[in-house]
Design a protein around this ligand. Sequence first.
Ligand code: ADP
Ligand code: MG
Ligand code: MG
Length: 492
Amino acid sequence: MEQEWCWSCTCSLLIPMASKPVPEDLLMNGALIKDLEVVAKDVALLKGVLMRTKETPNSSEVVTYAPFTLFPSPVPRVLYNQALAVQTHFNLLVDKISQDSKFLHETLASTVKVDDFTARLFRIYTHVLEEGRSQPIVLGLNRSDYMLDQGADGNMSLKQIEINTIAASFGGLSSQTPDVHRHILKVAGRPEEQKLVMDNNPAAGLAKAMAMAWKLYGSERAVVMFLVEDNQINIYDHRYVENELWTRNIPVIRRRFEDVCKTGLLDQDKKLFVDGQEVAIVYFRHGYIPQNYNEQNWEARLMMERSKAVKCPDISTHLAGTKKVQQELTRPGVLENFFPDDPEAVAQIRATFAGQYSLDMGEEGDKTVAMALANPDQFVLKPQREGGGNNLYGADICQVLSEVRSSSKRMAYILMEKVQPEPVCNYLLRRGSPLKLCTCLSELGIFGAYVRQGTDMVLNETAGHLLRTKSAEHSDGGVAAGVAVLDNPLLV
Ligand code: ADP
Ligand code: MG
Ligand code: MG
């Protein structure tokens, strides 16, 4: 592959010509970049790419733009299309896992022994299984995330980083960012590239599935309840989905765990009421990390899971999204068990898998430890956590594995091959940070939405995409974690 040096960064990383990065003369045109910075922030505000501020997370009196890249980042069209095409298979896979209690029991048996959070979730799952599910309608909204691995042969390939089955965010704001980048490209004198930034509307796609589940629930007065954090910095991202529901005359309320603890109850039919309002759907935008829970909140989660409300996700789908389950799926034969009659689905899913390795006790886990210690820079050590900032890299892998290698504590983690995306230069705009040219890495997310009623899959769709980009100096990602920023693929 033809290559040139990226002179604009000090990092001396190679950028293959094939990726069509933003030309150097544009990146280095200080006067234009300064103008574009002002234009970009204003257009982001005008288009509603908004966040509340750290200082006033629960007030909309003063708001700011959500962090984003100045330019869209190149993504090969074939890989973007591949990610879109596999999404409905991933939807089915997650849903099949959620219904396979033997698989969940066996796969998570080691994890729940040592990871308290997964164990608590699992207890709720067992409770619901024993009592019997009271709601046959399942609503799944997930986001499958990928990086584009450069590969030793220079061929880029799509590699899944993880699939998020709970509280997958930025479907709202990413519906607005294409217009922002198109405007910047126009002002930057690259109008012909506007058409390479795809339209995107995950908010509509997610709301469509929610609306269908709400309708199937079958009560006009029943509300969709967004279960939200105390600290609502990212409220506008939610609002896009909420407003899509209101447009369809579906009532939405926003409540915290605390509110559910205070006023939530189940009637004799297990209908869930909060503040006296019947809840058709509980949409969890919170509740995915241990810090979200105290004893009362665990009680509230159990009550919601036992209820007749449609849970998004239900507890089994939440567990289907654990890192341990994702590692188990990479084992030979496991996908085939879920898709015995669909080798094409198996092949499409497997093509996106990077290596993942168990750290369970025994010979296989011992081998994983030795492999990680020998080449720590080639791996990521992942605990069963969400939201960014929890994984371990390089020397930290060695330190943690040396401490836990002989104890069952190592079973709380899985080891994953490190995906090596191609770095691209871009500017990151973030409130309060001076504009800086960075060497960046991107992560492409695809939103999936499905609704099942009993045994019938009544909706299974790809709902849009999200590109997040971070400075390459950070190993871990996450917009909410303050590392990554919103971006758009520029299809090349
Ligand atoms: P979380 O649920 O916390 O988002 P992820 O598995 O997505 O967990 O990991 C967080 C971040 O760490 C990702 O956004 C990505 O930047 C980085 N990361 C995770 N796995 C890999 C990997 N295999 N190779 C390279 N980077 C990774
Ligand atoms: Mg995640
Ligand atoms: Mg992630």
